[in-house]
Design a binder for this molecule. Structure first.
Ligand code: AN0
Ligand code: CP
Length: 359
């Protein structure tokens, strides 16, 4: 398989630069967070500063799943950097793709990813991939099987636009937002916001599970935990029903508090998100909804337990399941500035990838 694909993959060798990125999946990929934040705030104050970098370079975005923010913010970031952009919605017009090797392709899938990926690589310089967890086979999802094939066979720098287990562009934007609204680490407060509790020192950030009617992936909470734990100014507490423990590779070292009220006490930021059962404590539960307890919905009473916390969610959000109308519409809700920062996080990532490309 690999010999065949290697014959067809584009093997342009990238120019190596200290700051350049070949893959963007985990927080470690971005290097020192202070530097990444400094770049983010520089770009936020002048988003067209690096427009020359993208001249005659093409970004290809591949979507296996729906998107509003990722699609728009990534395209905007690429345009700010002077890039051309191609978007492919695999389920809307492309041949249906087989992703597993060894399958006799006599079903409805006309093309294999192993040919499609090197072909895509021929038409672009950087690739973004959205491919959610299937939530049926934990090993397949947690091996990031689809993303890894893009990395291996496209010959291009590849970044995750939410893949099976991670959503790093979201977590990076979340961290930028928290810095802005904390008044720490040199971030200018924007949008007229004030500091979360007006004092210096660590901010208490709470990741809370909330109920939902559909089984959702763990990518957002995985990346959120990973990025928050990497920041020395943040004290992360995770709260969820028993059985919803996240994978240790993302949450090792985080404090888990099963009592949601105790977790919320003194919080500066509440980050709500549903995720389906990660299958950590009971592998048979992987991808299932094993709790639908509506007492976990974030309402004004929940917020009253906090230190006048800001409310965050990556969106899209189902109101009155995850969070009540009152809370999401309150002055403490950061969901819109948080979404706006997706343009900024993506700009930093694309800038770094462009810096590593040859001319
Ligand atoms: C996705 C998820 O929970 O991973 C995308 C969030 C950015 N949400 C839905 O599918 C509703
Ligand atoms: N937060 C986020 O990634 O939104 P989309 O699914 O709309 O891209």
């Amino acid at each position: 398989m690999y010999t065949f694909a290697a014959l067809y993959m584009n093997t342009n060798t990238p120019k190596t630069m200290e700051n350049s990125l070949r893959t963007f999946i985990n927080v470690q990929d971005i290097g020192p967070l202070d530097q990444a934040m400094a770049e983010a705030f520089e770009i936020k104050s002048n988003r067209y500063k690096y427009q020359h970098l993208g001249k005659n370079k093409t970004l290809m975005m591949i979507f296996f799943n729906n998107s509003l923010r990722t699609r728009l913010s990534t395209q905007k970031a690429a345009m700010n950097l002077g890039m051309n952009v191609i978007v492919l919605d695999v389920n809307a017009g492309a041949w249906k793709l087989e992703t597993e090797r060894g399958v006799i392709m006599d079903g409805d899938k006309s093309e294999h990813l192993l040919e499609a990926i090197p072909v895509m690589g021929c038409y672009c310089d950087i690739i973004g991939v959205r491919s959610f967890a299937g939530l049926t086979d934990r090993d397949y999802d947690y091996a990031e099987t689809v993303l890894q094939q893009f990395i291996r066979f496209s010959g291009r720098p590849v970044f995750a636009m939410e893949t099976a287990t991670v959503h790093p562009l979201q977590a990076f934007a979340d961290l930028i937002t928290i810095k802005e609204y904390s008044g720490i680490s040199g971030a200018n407060e924007t949008n007229g916001a004030s500091s979360a509790n007006g004092t210096s020192g660590k901010k208490k950030v709470v990741l809370t599970w909330a109920p939902h009617c559909r089984a959702l992936p763990q990518a957002v909470p995985n990346s959120f935990a990973q990025w928050m734990l990497a920041d020395n100014d943040i004290d992360l507490v995770i709260t969820h029903p028993k059985g919803y423990e996240l994978d240790a590779q993302f949450v090792k070292g985080a404090r888990v508090e099963y009592d949601q009220r105790k977790a919320f006490e003194g919080a500066d930021f509440i980050y709500a998100k549903n995720w389906s059962n990660p299958g950590v404590t009971n592998p048979e539960d992987y991808g299932k909804i094993t709790c639908d307890d509506r007492s976990w919905t974030v309402d004004t009473e929940h917020m009253s337990w906090t230190n006048n916390a800001k409310f965050m969610h990556c969106l899209p959000v189902r109101r009155n399941l995850i969070v009540t109308d009152d809370v999401i519409e309150s002055a403490n809700s950061l969901v819109i500035p948080e979404a706006a920062n997706r343009e900024i996080s993506c700009s930093v990532v694309l800038k770094r990838m462009l810096e590593g490309l040859g001319d």
